[in-house]
Design a protein around this ligand. Structure first.
Ligand SMILES: [Zn+2]
Length: 305
């Protein structure tokens, strides 16, 4: 595990065997540890191994803090709770009902990934008993393993997205609402999967994160941003409308969805190649598949008109 600040570390879940794509944060307290976004079930072995290397076991987990319930963030939660029923799960109230009954979530993910992709990429997604969850709305201060964390409601990427600010260190755990940044690149990418993308609401969430004045932004994709939080969020604010315009252009020019996706993907690949190596660009595409990014933005534009 790598250290971010005293009592806050993170580990690489080595998603599908690839390093540097999905990170899980570990909060250490006197009474055990908490995990922010434990990742998909297919990465559970990597989570277990990463914890073991630092002297912990899965049984030391007292709490799971979910930023949102997408499979790459929350997939393993139900499996962990089934094994360790005392784990408390923190999640936005709109996400809690889908964690308790994930049938709809699994259905819509299966439409994106197909049945084969679901088992190969994500593995099982077990329900979390309602009694194990603490539903959040934003604005709370919660105690996690003896540390105080503030909760903010930060929709835009997902309508049920929350972020957490560790009071002592100023580290903000921001899931996907601060975008993604991988490898040696400083390029901030905009993950825009369906169905909730809303650019105006997203910008309000960025402003909410800025108001926290965090010392560090911790991104699921991937880890602590090397950029100052204000610079990182400024770049995200500038890129969101630019990438949304790529999608709008592709919608106007493409004859059908397939053609539109190709146009958008080519534009995104050109954009990434202006800023980084091929290898780094591949990581971005694995963490934030461009066809899903297009679908989310297309749905956003259709709702706007
Ligand atoms: Zn994600």
């Amino acid at each position: 595990m790598s250290v971010i600040s005293a009592g806050i570390r993170y580990l690489d879940l080595e998603f599908l065997g690839v390093k540097g794509v999905i990170a899980a944060a570990v909060i250490e307290g006197a009474s055990g540890i908490a995990i922010v976004d434990p990742g998909p079930t297919t990465s559970l072995a990597a989570l277990k191994k990463g914890l073991l290397d630092a002297g912990y076991e899965l049984g030391d987990i007292r709490a799971v803090l979910l930023t949102h319930i997408h499979l790459d963030h929350a997939g393993a939660t139900g499996t962990l709770v089934r094994q360790y029923p005392d784990i408390r799960v923190f999640v936005h109230e709109r996400g809690a009902r889908h964690m308790a009954d994930p049938a709809k979530l699994i259905d819509s993910a299966t439409r994106l990934y197909g049945a084969e992709g679901m088992s190969r990429m994500w593995g099982e997604f077990l329900p979390v008993p309602a009694a194990s969850m603490q539903a959040l709305t934003g604005g709370e201060r919660i105690d996690v393993c003896g540390r105080a964390l503030d909760v903010a409601y930060t929709p835009g990427h997902a309508s049920h997205h929350v972020s957490y600010l560790d009071q002592a260190s100023g580290v903000a755990f921001v899931g996907d609402v601060a975008g993604g940044r991988l490898g040696r690149a400083t390029f901030v990418m905009t993950p825009t999967p369906p169905p909730d993308i809303d650019l105006a609401v997203w910008q309000q969430s960025i402003d909410r994160l800025l108001a926290w004045q965090p010392t560090t932004l911790f991104l699921t994709h991937f880890g602590p941003s090397p950029l100052a939080p204000a610079d990182h969020l400024g770049e995200l604010s500038a890129r969101l409308p630019r990438v949304a315009a790529f999608a709008k252009d592709a919608m106007a020019l493409g004859a059908d969805d397939e053609a539109r996706i190709v146009l958008f993907r080519d534009e995104m690949r050109r954009e990434l190649r202006r800023h980084m190596s091929d290898a780094d660009a591949d990581g971005y595409e694995l963490a934030m598949p461009f066809d899903h990014c297009f679908s989310g933005l297309q749905r956003y534009w259709q709702k706007q008109s």
